[in-house]
Design a protein around this ligand. Structure first.
Ligand code: TV1
Ligand code: CA
Ligand code: ZN
Length: 388
């Protein structure tokens, strides 16, 4: 079976729940929890579940959710009723917008993906796992009392709050194509969390419209969180070579300067080529190289999902990244096993469907190397203000 062996003395925990996958945001909505079913099918057909501690995630409690979110917002989220299309929608807490619809089972969906991230963080705190994985999490836009950009509950913030009980410093890294604004804002005023987001930024249009290079945290004498927000704004079409170089260079500098004792990596797969919403040219290999680099730092690592709107490519990336976590990536046959559920979804043209080849028109690369080097220079300067 593809040579999957459990690594000795190294534990990976995998947190998932099939109930999460059954929710629907609505007919035309790009967020499809079903992509998690596709990813799980791939992970299991390769036999990777045998090399991990697997947990069926539970629902987060109200108390746990209110570690970050306001009680009023959580009450509204729990009782919000699915609106009829012709209803005059009040949109309290931004709920019921086209991005954040109220759908059947919404509160259960939110509690389950949050419960999985909280449990995953606790596995790291108890040293029961070296890497903990929740592909259903990573919903980085949610605010204390507001849903935003397909995100209702911020499982990442909740997980980092768990890590902070034990860990003095947490580095948050976000490779989703969108700016990780909700996590950045939540830890805006503390020097115990450094946030780093790489994303598409065009000044105004691309969601959420924030994340320019000079957004580094409120700069004031009294604020310990000043300079602890790092933003890497990019243009369309960045390729693997530039992306992976930038990632390793900047994460390397942040680790040297900040010395995190835990890392949370949001692995949003909408930074891949061919994504329905994203505009980058990153391949499964390049996306995975970011995960491999974080693993190589030998710091407790939490992997969460995030965006990703071309389901077959999301499944490819997260299956590949699961194999990197376990350390069996080199032993995988790139041809997707014959018994994989929904295998036909991975087929393109006449060739055998493979794990790492994604289909997508390459987009013209609008990122000159000079610009990439200027970003690194600017962050180098910023990090001089981070004192440990
Ligand atoms: C319903 C049906 C909703 C079709 C939303 C794309 C849709 C989008 C839809 C969409 C869509 C956005 C905005 C809305 C500004 C707002 C999980 C007033 C084809 C982490 C969230 C992107 C990304 C939100 C989430 C963005 C994540 N883009 N079709 N909505 N308007 N919203 O631009 O970071 O990946 O697009
Ligand atoms: Ca990002
Ligand atoms: Zn995204």
């Amino acid at each position: 079976m593809n040579g999957i062996v459990r690594p000795k003395g190294y534990n990976v925990s995998w947190h998932s729940n099939p109930d999460i996958e059954k929710h629907h945001f609505g007919h035309a909505h790009p967020m499809k929890p079903w992509r998690l079913t596709l990813a799980k099918g791939l992970i299991m057909s390769y036999g990777m579940h045998t090399a991990m501690d697997t947990y069926v995630s539970r629902m987060a409690t109200r108390e746990e959710l209110e570690d970050f979110h306001s009680a009023e917002y959580m009450e509204y989220l729990k009782t919000a009723k699915v609106a009829l299309p012709d209803d005059d929608n009040p949109k309290e807490f931004n709920l019921g917008s086209s991005d954040c619809p109220i759908f059947e089972g919404l509160f259960n969906y939110c509690s389950m993906y949050a419960g999985a991230s909280i449990d995953a963080a606790r596995k790291l705190c108890n040293e029961e796992a070296d890497i903990a994985i929740n592909w259903s999490g990573g919903l980085h836009h949610a605010k204390k009392a507001e849903s935003s950009g397909f995100c209702y509950v911020n499982d990442i913030v909740l997980a980092i709050l768990q890590l902070l009980r034990k860990h003095p410093r947490v580095l948050y890294i976000d490779i989703d194509v969108h700016h990780g604004d909700g996590v950045e804002e939540a830890f805006w005023s503390t020097d115990r969390v450094m946030t780093l987001s790489i994303h598409k930024y065009d000044g105004y249009q691309f969601f959420p419209g924030t994340g320019d290079l000079d957004r580094t945290g409120p700069d004031s004498e009294e604020n310990p969180g000043a300079h602890h927000a790092i933003n890497v704004p990019l243009a369309d079409g960045i390729d693997d070579e530039q992306y992976v170089w930038l990632f390793k260079t900047i994460v390397g500098m942040c680790v040297d300067r900040f010395r995190p004792t835990a890392i949370v990596l949001q692995c949003g797969a909408d930074s891949l080529a061919g994504d329905r919403l994203g505009r980058f040219n990153v391949q499964v290999q390049g996306h995975g190289a970011c995960v491999a680099y974080c693993k190589s730092l030998n710091i407790p690592l939490l992997l969460v999902g995030g965006g990703g709107y071309t389901p077959r490519n999301v499944a490819r990336a997260w299956a590949h990244e699961t194999s990197i976590a376990i350390g069996c990536d080199a032993n995988l046959n790139p041809i997707i096993p014959a018994h994989t559920p929904y295998r036909s979804h991975f087929r393109h043209d006449t060739i055998f469907p493979t794990l790492d080849q994604i289909l997508g028109e390459p987009r013209p690369n609008k990122n000159p190397d000079k610009k990439i080097r200027e970003i690194v220079a600017s962050i180098t300067e910023q990090l001089r203000f981070v004192n440990m």
